[in-house]
Design a protein around this ligand. Sequence first.
Ligand SMILES: *[C@@H]1O[C@H](CO)[C@@H](O)[C@H](O)[C@H]1NC(C)=O
Ligand SMILES: *[C@@H]1O[C@H](CO)[C@@H](O)[C@H](O)[C@H]1NC(C)=O
Ligand SMILES: *[C@@H]1O[C@H](CO)[C@@H](O)[C@H](O)[C@H]1NC(C)=O
Ligand SMILES: *[C@@H]1O[C@H](CO)[C@@H](O)[C@H](O)[C@H]1NC(C)=O
Length: 425
Amino acid sequence: MAKWSGIVAVVSLTVFLMSVTAATVLPIHPYLKVEDTFISQLYDTSNYGFLQIDNGLALTPQMGWSTWNFFACNINETVIKETADALISTGLASLGYTYVNIDDCWSRSRRNSKGEMIPDPKTFPSGIKALADYVHSKGLKLGVYSDAGIFTCQVRPGSLFQEKNDAEHWASWGVDYLKYDNCYNLGLPPQKRYPAMRDALNATGRTMFYALCEWGIDDPAKWAGKIGNSWRTTDDINDTWISMTTIADINNKWASYAGPGGWNDPDMLEVGNGGMNYHEYKGHFSIWALMKAPLIIGCDVRNTTADTLEILSNKEVIAVNQDPLGVQGRRVYSSGPDSCQQVWAGPLSRNRLAMVLWNRCSKAATITAKWSAIGLEPSISVSMRDLWKHKVVSENTVGSFSARVNGHGCEMYILTPQRATRSSI
Ligand SMILES: *[C@@H]1O[C@H](CO)[C@@H](O)[C@H](O)[C@H]1NC(C)=O
Ligand SMILES: *[C@@H]1O[C@H](CO)[C@@H](O)[C@H](O)[C@H]1NC(C)=O
Ligand SMILES: *[C@@H]1O[C@H](CO)[C@@H](O)[C@H](O)[C@H]1NC(C)=O
Ligand SMILES: *[C@@H]1O[C@H](CO)[C@@H](O)[C@H](O)[C@H]1NC(C)=O
């Protein structure tokens, strides 16, 4: 069953990428005015699709959980196991959150006498292999962390110049994912340091997701598609409105580079960590989903509120993130004070569009999306499904759509054109 759907996905991706590579732009939807320069630039995908690492992973953005945003270095094998259990019992795992990722601080501060990176015996006494076995027994996957420098950011051993041995070790433990950080890098260019680990992971023969964490310093969107399955485009997120919105805007600049096989990574989710309110977290999750960002939960899944779980479990928003077309949505229009009334949108499979009306002012406002701003011909009739109210709010909207949006809040929709003005649907 899993194998069969994998084959279907690979076949459709191959057909899709062939058409992309040939044209260098996506097959634009029939209802878009491709001859109109403004609209064809709107969802520019000219850098998409031909810089693939090709390890079979990341056909859609990765989903899972990581220790860092909530626990930082306060981790141990118990909390990882309890989180794996909680991912199952909350239903999050069955919604696609399957990677259980251990961030910095899992390894002992020095290599052993054989030069091997080993788990901290105080916090991971049973070892990473035992943890991988546990996580796998639940149908989940295990991630570890290292650094393309001589130390990690928390001054544990890094993997620079030790790529081959470390990768073999992780593979022998059954690791499925590597986040690879950028501290203590000796000033060597990332274009030299990151490919070495790609090749080392590949040489193990074990398929491992490769997540670059270069903080966006050397514009990794421009080169990392050949190297990793995702690349951080920004500095670390923190649990504040200013951090989250700043990062969204930076990540937005690289939209044309994302696609199946390799994604822009604006860092992990802060939803549920307490520094933002319900509306702000809803916006954070909606925009991350629309931007085809990795959805890596960063809160304590063992102890979530109903609001947090409602946000993280929104199937319809997750489906936008995991849409097989794999085109990053982006900001297409803004107005109002400080341009805070924003329209973000992106194409989806089956000729649909996803749209977020995002109010970045603190007062409630009415935000209007004109069809011309989101790439629809003005005369087209659209059915609007509200992904937070979970219902169709209009069967036939024409020309534009307006909604009242809470301060620091958002509304999110899928737009399905009721008829096409061209023939090829
Ligand atoms: C494991 O880590 C969790 C989270 O930081 C902590 O609450 C717990 O006390 C730790 N357990 C042990 C045995 O150290
Ligand atoms: C190694 O790289 C090749 C070429 O990109 C790819 O076909 C293969 O699937 C990779 N293998 C692993 C284990 O990642
Ligand atoms: C959080 O991020 C913002 C914006 O990037 C930054 O100005 C601030 O210093 C950060 N706060 C902390 C505690 O790191
Ligand atoms: C659970 O989370 C709440 C905040 O939402 C916090 O006050 C409480 O201490 C947490 N409980 C545990 C056991 O961590």
